[in-house]
Write a protein that binds this ligand. Structure first.
Ligand code: HAM
Length: 417
């Protein structure tokens, strides 16, 4: 029999990794809560319909990547593949439109997609996300982009690049698709056969082709950014001006495609070479003004982003992790001293000290070695006498104290951080 392993595409967070994840969570909380975003946590699974309607029935996520199951009562449930549709569901369900608008929310949660696993791409992963619901302004989009830039930069993600575009409205996009398909049909002779085969299915894919002739042809293809309606173009211009004022550099990426259907107007992605070419997107988002109506809610403009926790950690060089300092290691000198030692370690913890008790039945020599490995400042050697030997590890000095004087002595000797 072989040992059972975690499912493909999942990973364990071991204590050595937990500290950096906790640091990232605290970092995100600081930045987002200082900007007035409140934390939200939605359930791990939702009605399947939320995602087929919200994310879009034709997307890869809904078509191929969802973990969907029957709840035993004939209702279809799905492990959340993303957080925006659930947050909108919660906004509607809790009548948040009655709160002062916009409602600004953030989350750090686990998500599930049945993708082919590779470095930076998992089947269970975590995202930090931010959503602003109830505001149509360009300032909202710019604020969100700047907050994500700040989160990534100040956590140390190497060389983040911002790719920016606007998708206009669904009507503009439909017209543009037709125009692009007509362009592609007119140039079939100078396109690769796989691009020609997909013209009517998904003409936008032509921009992703690696074939040199196709790429040359596509340079002359019409771009969606040049077809925006005047109000959408003006909105985009305002977002750009605010990013310019904030001196945040971006690259216009007229063919930026996001994997979710709910976007309108502003869209963006942050990439980092530190992640490798294949999976370089650290985070992305945009405006999704039509989503609330897709979910049978009233028309409500909204905008947001999400960034992958594992990708942020991969993209940021590791700072040396400072181990939790151990103030006191309580060693047990004789077999019958366990109870007294236990009492002492409890007293130390109540006093706010970081304290550990010998739990492995080591010899006294082995216990001192273990205390040294942990970097303990003091070792209290507890026997059956009423006195306890307190050893200061740095100096090696050892002094006997009455049991009830040990903790006050340590507290007096150093100021706690
Ligand atoms: P998304 O682009 O699908 O957007 O995902 C956002 C980020 O989640 C990605 O940039 C990536 O860092 C991370 N991510 C996605 N899939 C995986 C995976 N399989 N393994 C590891 N990390 C992954 C959304 O999910 C939208 N809800 C973002 C949004 C919020 N738009 C508006 N508001």
């Amino acid at each position: 029999m072989s040992v059972i392993q975690a499912p493909r595409g999942t990973f364990d967070v071991l204590p050595a990794d937990a500290a950096r994840r906790a640091a990232l969570e605290a970092h995100a909380a600081r930045i987002l809560e200082a900007a007035g975003y409140g934390r939200i946590e939605t359930p791990t699974f939702e009605a399947t319909e939320l995602f087929s309607r919200g994310v879009g029935a034709a997307t890869d996520i809904v078509q191929k990547e969802m973990y969907t199951f029957d709840d035993g009562g004939g209702r279809s449930l799905t492990l959340r593949p993303e957080g925006t549709a659930p947050v909108c569901r919660a906004y509607l369900e809790h009548g948040m439109h009655k709160l002062p608008q916009p409602v600004k929310l953030w989350y750090m949660s686990s998500f599930y997609r049945a993708e082919a696993p590779q470095r930076g791409r998992y089947r269970q992963f975590w995202q930090i996300g931010a959503e602003v619901i109830g505001s149509a302004t360009a300032e909202t989009d710019a604020e969100l982009i700047l907050l994500l830039a700040e989160l990534l930069q100040s956590f140390g993600v190497r060389e983040p690049r911002l790719l920016l575009s606007s998708l206009g409205t669904p009507a503009t996009r439909a017209e543009y698709r037709e125009e692009l398909a007509a362009f592609l049909h007119a140039h079939e002779d100078s396109l690769s056969s796989d691009v020609v085969a997909r013209i009517d299915l998904n003409p936008l894919r032509a921009f992703d082709s690696k074939d040199p002739t196709t790429r040359a042809t596509m340079r002359a293809a019409p771009k969606l950014l040049d077809r925006l309606a005047p109000e959408d173009a003006a909105h985009f211009q305002r977002v750009r001006e605010m990013l310019d004022d904030a001196e945040l550099r971006y690259e216009l990426e007229p063919t930026l495609v996001r994997g979710l259907d709910y976007y309108a107007r502003t869209v963006y992605e942050f990439t980092s070479e530190a992640l490798g070419a294949a999976q370089s997107t650290v985070g992305g988002g945009g405006r999704y003004d039509g989503l609330m109506e897709q979910l049978d809610g009233p028309p409500t403009p909204a905008s947001g982003w999400a960034a992958g926790v594992e990708r942020i950690l991969l993209g940021a060089p590791e700072p040396p992790t400072a181990a939790q300092p151990v103030d006191l290691y309580v060693a047990i000198a004789t077999a019958d001293a366990g109870r007294a030692a236990f009492h002492l370690v409890s007293e130390a913890r109540r006093a706010g000290l970081s304290a550990q008790l010998e739990l492995a039945g080591r010899s006294l020599k082995g216990q001192l070695k273990q205390a040294d490995r942990l970097g303990a400042r003091y070792v209290a050697i507890v026997g059956t006498d009423s006195e306890v030997a307190l050893k200061e590890m740095d100096s090696g000095e050892q002094t006997d104290y009455a049991r009830n004087a040990v903790i006050p002595t340590i507290l007096r000797s150093h100021t706690l951080p």
